[in-house]
Design a protein around this ligand. Structure first.
Ligand code: MN
Length: 315
């Protein structure tokens, strides 16, 4: 997706530098984007800017609709990141300036590596299931990889764990000995967790990594703390495992990874290191340079919002 909550200032985002296990919960920012599409932004936030290399987390839906496109995000550019599209319901059709097309469906991953620059569109296909519920996450690319050649990948058959007490599917990186063979450039994990009714889901974690939970539905309890939807729950580092309990069925997403060690600047759909890079990418897009066209999309592309060069801390 495009960043649908644009703001004129760039956001400077660094890691937390956590040195211990902790639980800190920060409310997401919600926005009604019209036509019933509600977006909840869990990253970036003022208090939480990066979790490992994860720098952006929007959830949208659940939504039911008929006779229209619930999602229609016209061509827009990205640099310096990977977009991770993970659906719980419905479908989203991706087209990009490389000529790649991919249909995101529940439990299948659309992964776009923007690197030096790519443009894409995302829209509800016809026909469709009339439902939409999912996540758009971004992974910041490390310095050595952030200018790499762009790529698009679609993955099925991602690893599933059933450790008792629920079901886990790993869509990026490594968790509990399971490895998602998806294109990645930093040590990380991205996984969907379903906790059974009355279940206790236990998972080992890498204690050198930091982690966070986003609750999609229901409520889970971690070490006596109730974790609710509508927030990002940052778990810190030095945590060798996780035990999630739920009285009802609960549904969450775990993100994490090695502390990123670089601060990034996020503006609109760009992840960079300086405001000059952001300004240059914006100019390239506005002047139809560098990013290419999304030939498969019917309609106008998105215009870049105004940009104020001075970066501010994330809200
Ligand atoms: Mn996008």
């Amino acid at each position: 997706m495009s960043n649908l909550l644009p703001q004129p200032e760039a956001e400077r985002c660094a890691g937390e530098g956590a040195t211990c296990a902790e639980i800190r919960s920060w409310p997401a920012r919600d926005a009604d984007l019209g036509q019933g599409l509600l977006v909840s932004r869990a990253l970036p936030l003022r208090q939480h800017r990066l979790v490992g290399p994860w720098c952006f987390c929007d959830s949208y839906g659940p939504l039911s609709f008929t006779g229209r496109k619930a999602m229609d995000v016209a061509p827009h550019p990205h640099i310096g990141l990977q977009t991770v599209s993970w659906l719980f319901a419905g479908e989203v059709l991706h087209n990009d300036s490389l000529g790649c097309q991919g249909m995101a469906r529940p439990r299948e991953l659309n992964l776009m590596t923007a690197g030096s620059g790519i443009a894409h569109s995302e829209e509800t296909p016809t026909p469709n299931s009339g439902r939409l519920h999912g996540l758009q996450l971004w992974v910041a690319l490390p310095e050595a990889e952030r200018r790499r050649t762009p790529a698009f990948d679609h993955y099925r058959d991602l690893p599933v764990l059933e450790p008792g007490g629920g079901r886990v599917q790993v869509f990026m990186g490594d968790l509990a000995g399971a490895h998602a063979a998806t294109r990645a450039f930093s040590p990380l994990v991205g996984a969907e967790l379903q906790v059974a009714v009355g279940g206790k889901l236990r998972l080992p974690l890498n204690p050198a990594w930091e982690h966070a939970l986003v609750i999609i539905e229901g409520e889970v309890e971690l070490e006596g703390t109730r974790l609710a939807p509508g927030a990002l729950h940052y778990l810190g580092t030095h945590r060798s495992g996780l035990e999630l309990a739920s009285k009802a069925r609960a549904h969450a997403v775990l993100i994490g990874g090695a502390p990123f060690g670089e601060s990034v600047i996020i503006w609109w759909n760009f992840v960079a290191r300086t405001t000059d890079e952001i300004r240059a990418a914006r100019e390239d897009w506005e002047h139809h340079r560098h990013f290419g066209d999304v030939a498969a999309y019917r309609g106008q592309r998105l215009a870049a919002p105004p940009f104020i060069g001075r970066p501010v801390a994330s809200r």
